[in-house]
Design a protein around this ligand. Sequence first.
Ligand code: ZN
Ligand code: MN
Length: 140
Amino acid sequence: MRITIMSKRELTPKRHEVLEAIQGRTDHPTAEDVYHSLREQGSRTSLATVYRALRVLAEEGFVREVHGLGPDRFDPVRKPHYHLVCRRCNRVYDAVIPYQDHLDLLPPQAGFRVSGHEITFFGVCSSCSDTKEEGDGQGS
Ligand code: ZN
Ligand code: MN
């Protein structure tokens, strides 16, 4: 059975509102982040509604789910790309290395049809490496 991909017009107003709120964001927000930005804009939506809307939007292919550390994050960039996760601040960044299409052409197991792959790099981001570590003598 195949899921029919909805067009943007078929989205409910709530889901449309959530999609608009995440569009253009590059920080891979959590449902809670999206909820807060909507509330700041005067929306009266609930966190549960935002969470459900993001799940549906991900299932329908409008956004991608990103699994880092902590709660799931969402990405309006639908083009396949890789992520970097900072172990100190938990932020998720887009990797600059291009998606390796050729990996999708090598069957990782006989009979397995690949539709895509994900790569997440874990480490410490540049803004966290710049800051002194705890107990590092943080004088003012
Ligand atoms: Zn960091
Ligand atoms: Mn991304």
